[in-house]
Design a protein around this ligand. Structure first.
Ligand code: SAH
Length: 311
């Protein structure tokens, strides 16, 4: 599954298969940009800060974020833009929207220094392992010649026959490295993704091809594969850093002023009123993206509670 998804992002235009919050409305990236600027302010306005996005897709969110963050004088002059992206095609698209950015294959490639990292739907794209429980115990699901097979595993957990458990080691390792870096060098990260607040059993591997559900094992590399993010496990992996949330996306965006920003955009362009209202609804309504999607912040322990996370 790991290789199928890497091949997918490297070769295809994923946005033909699914849409994401930044593509739904400019307000999403704008409020995240304000979040980043306010965090910089709370860090004591360092002269230089790495502004990092992991998995920037088409670059839409960061372009919207930078435009909005310009309201805080000094932030853009301090911010050095770094993008973590493995897909050559998406890097080219990001370069068109984000001139002056510096690209990296992974976190380890970033230069040292305090940073503010944003990521939307990055963790859900990392490969998972699936474990199935039968009467004899747990087995791991592997993919062989396009079909799923079961193999012995060292995995251990409580469970009933028929249970399925998922583990995204790539996301846990990545989060641990992120938290270690924030603890040592300062800064904060905001991870927005979809999944439950509590860990639980279930098969959440999902494939989308041109907006429609597809068989995850058919034609590897041609469908977008994602799985729910286990926020409790991610928070656990953040170790000594301070973890805030997860908060439902709708609550988080409303606290950051998404509706006020929508009203201002509507006043400036009344002909866009219906589209702006539809985007705000889709991003925040519990039955749309407002509840399943969540925001989690990981911060240097000395930083105050980041914007949006106060009760
Ligand atoms: N954040 C964007 C795109 C989400 S899709 C949005 O919200 O629209 C996932 C993104 O992560 C894509 O840009 C994909 O190419 C990138 N990606 C997937 N696996 C990656 C990995 N292991 N390292 C770096 N980037 C990765």
């Amino acid at each position: 599954m790991a290789r199928a998804n890497a091949a997918y992002y490297a070769r295809r235009n994923p946005f033909a298969d699914f849409t994401t919050a930044p593509e739904i409305g400019q307000v999403f990236g704008e409020v995240l940009g304000l979040w980043a600027a306010m965090v910089w302010d709370s860090m004591g306005r360092p002269e230089r800060v790495l502004l990092v996005e992991a998995g920037p897709g088409r670059g839409t969110m960061m372009a919207d974020a930078l435009r909005a963050a310009a309201v805080l004088p000094g932030f853009l002059a301090a911010a050095e833009l770094h993008l973590i992206e493995t897909s050559p095609g998406l890097r080219a698209e990001q370069a068109r929207r984000l001139p002056g950015a510096i690209w990296h294959d992974d976190l380890a490639g970033l230069p040292p220094g305090p940073m503010i990292l944003l990521a939307n739907e990055f963790l859900d794209a990392l490969p998972i392992r699936q474990f199935l429980r039968d009467d004899a115990g747990w087995q791991e699901r592997w993919v062989e010649d396009g079909a799923s097979t079961l193999r012995p595993t060292e995995f251990e957990a409580a469970g009933e026959p028929g249970d399925i458990r998922e583990r995204c080691e790539a996301a846990l390792t990545w989060t641990a490295a992120l938290a270690a870096r924030l603890g040592a060098q300062g800064g904060a990260a905001l991870l927005v993704d979809y999944g439950p607040a509590e860990s639980g059993p279930g098969d959440t591997l999902q494939a989308l091809r041109q907006g429609a559900p597809a068989d995850p094992l058919a034609d590897p590399g041609t469908a977008d594969l994602t799985a729910h993010v286990d926020f409790a496990a991610i928070a656990g992996a953040a170790g000594p850093a301070a973890v805030h949330g997860p908060l439902p996306q709708g609550v988080f965006l409303a606290r950051l002023g998404l509706f006020q920003r929508t009203a201002a955009l509507t006043a400036a362009a009344p002909q866009r009123a219906a589209a702006l209202a539809a985007a705000a609804h889709r991003l925040t309504a519990p039955e749309a993206m407002g509840r399943l999607f969540k925001a989690l912040a990981i911060c240097h322990p000395d930083l105050p509670l980041p914007p949006g996370f106060a009760a």
